[in-house]
Design a protein around this ligand. Structure first.
Ligand SMILES: [Zn+2]
Ligand SMILES: [Zn+2]
Length: 97
């Protein structure tokens, strides 16, 4: 069965913000307000193959030539780090404090 990225509103597990889907159709996998994510992807964005499902903390940003700025998330439970594309409404100032 082909994987289809779901565009659904969700409530952030970290700050309880209501998060709306992106209007430009990009896949959103983290909260734009606190930038926390959830460990649901195993090998790539959107595969939802991870059994972990723990909260992932934003630990930094990384610049990739092809993708632009990425937020690096680290899982609180297993320590895995995954870079994620930033969304247009992400509040990146939370990483500066
Ligand atoms: Zn949040
Ligand atoms: Zn994990």
């Amino acid at each position: 069965m082909p994987f289809i990225a779901r565009q659904e509103p969700f409530v952030c597990d970290h700050c309880q913000a209501d998060v709306a889907p992106l209007e430009n159709g990009s896949y959103r996998n983290h909260c734009p307000k606190c930038l926390w994510s959830k460990h649901v992807d195993k090998d790539g964005p959107g595969d939802r193959a991870s059994e972990c499902k723990s909260l992932m903390k934003p630990v930094g940003v990384d610049y990739r030539k092809k993708k632009g700025w990425m937020i690096v998330h680290q899982c609180e439970a297993c320590g895995k780090e995954i870079p994620n594309m930033t969304a247009c409404d992400d509040d990146l100032t939370v990483l500066e404090s």
